[in-house]
Design a protein around this ligand. Sequence first.
Ligand SMILES: CC(C)(COP(=O)(O)OP(=O)(O)OC[C@H]1O[C@@H](n2cnc3c(N)ncnc32)[C@H](O)[C@@H]1OP(=O)(O)O)[C@@H](O)C(=O)NCCC(=O)NCCS
Length: 505
Amino acid sequence: MTTVRDLMSTPPLVCGTDVSLADAALKMRDAESGSIIVVEDNKAIGILTERDLLHSAAARHNPSDERVGLWMTAHPDTLGPEEEVGAAWASLSSHHYRHLPVVDDGILVGVVSIRDLMAIASLRPADEAAHDVPRGLEGVVVSETTVGDVRGLEGFFHYRQYSAVELAERRSLEDVWFLLFNGALPDSEQSTRFNGEIAPQRVLPPGLLSLLPALASQGSPLDVLRTGVSLLGAELGFGATTDIDAPTLKRQATRLCAVVPTILTSAYRIRSGLEPLPPRDDLSSAANYLWMLTGEEPSVAHARALERYLMLTIDHGFNSSTFTARVITSTGADLAAAVCGAIGALSGPLHGGAPSRALDMLDAIGTPDRADAWIRDAIGRGERIMGFGHRVYKTDDPRSVFLRGVARSLGGPLVDFSCDVERTVVEALAELKPGHQLYANVEFFAGVVMDACGIPRQMFTPTFASSRVIGWATHVMEQAADNRLIRPTARYVGPPPPQPVPVAS
Ligand SMILES: CC(C)(COP(=O)(O)OP(=O)(O)OC[C@H]1O[C@@H](n2cnc3c(N)ncnc32)[C@H](O)[C@@H]1OP(=O)(O)O)[C@@H](O)C(=O)NCCC(=O)NCCS
């Protein structure tokens, strides 16, 4: 049995509470360590990490004047040296720590890092790992992809190796769409050709157009999309992904992604008693979306703000809806089936359904002075604060940081208020849910940006779907190109079988 003692680094890197942040940072740099244990009488009373240093730098404090005691996480969880590495691994992976102090009889004897544990974990027999899958598949690698990656601890994500945030700053939605579908960014000629290819495909096919009023009178725009995509697949004759070639699937994917915004905005307008508006070839995807929704040509600032939001939300690792789309594709089902399933997954409040709820929360809070009490009360009732926390990001969500900037550039009282509330929520969650690293996720500022662009709340999640569909379609193509049926196993934990079947009375 491998124990924590076998793995721990010793002696641990330590300092006292009175040491300056500058000196602590130097020690960490020299030791190439991401953390330092804060000790008093050889007892671990706190831990200071790179993240704490970043926070203090972001707050523009002078590191020579700040004391470690003020910035450390006090009373850190610890491990015993005789604990088996499996227990230590569970503790690290479920709480998202990167380092844990090792304490023997109250005295600090070492430190264990995730790197040390990973080394051992990777030596474990595969069947043991296969049976040890954490709830919610957290941290489990289920596939390989070249579409992109999310690095939760670094607060970074990319599409085909380009930082998604930089793409959102520098390129157009259509360029990023091209990148995902074709594996490389377009040059200007390819970009013009691709725009010309997409624009006419935004038009609804006649069968779907004729059924849309009936659908829109029955359900929300996202419901209409779910059903509409199914109809679209039937009308255009999408075939099983196992039966069609890659160029055919790509053609279907392009048509589907082009028409989704039209389905959504038409459904919204019909439901609001307005005539749906046909798409306009002369507008970019984002500007056309706002046009089809409101009937007004948007300002450049609003169209660009929305476009940036859309670019940031195209893809994000193996999130629930993307995984759903891939599972469905792995059965050989057609593109429409995969996207219908993905829309269903996205509709849940724990995935894509949060941005309108985040704005509802801002309404309920009302004024900045009420934020702290409101949030503590909600957490006391066991509620979740919408727009905060993330399965993968245990640091600032780069999408939320970027969108906060986009929101600020648009300005307005809601933006100032939401920034105040964000600070209050992060502080309250750090105190009330210690160790979980909860920060604003994409949904919090997404709602603020969409609201500033004139998008009604009921269209927040549908608008998210209008860009994420490009990511889903890309994953469908990747899964179809190198497919194996995704079919995991569950551990049966009910009463032991076989139970005699009673005869029906
Ligand atoms: C996104 C989310 C589902 C990820 O959750 P997860 O990785 O499964 O984390 P868990 O559900 O295991 O939660 C871990 C702990 O943090 C708490 N937590 C996580 N997010 C929280 C939130 N937004 N508000 C309050 N507490 C939260 C949980 O209550 C739990 O605490 P506990 O151990 O005391 O019960 C979760 O953070 C959440 O529900 N957020 C709100 C909904 C949201 O914004 N969704 C959009 C996601 S992009």
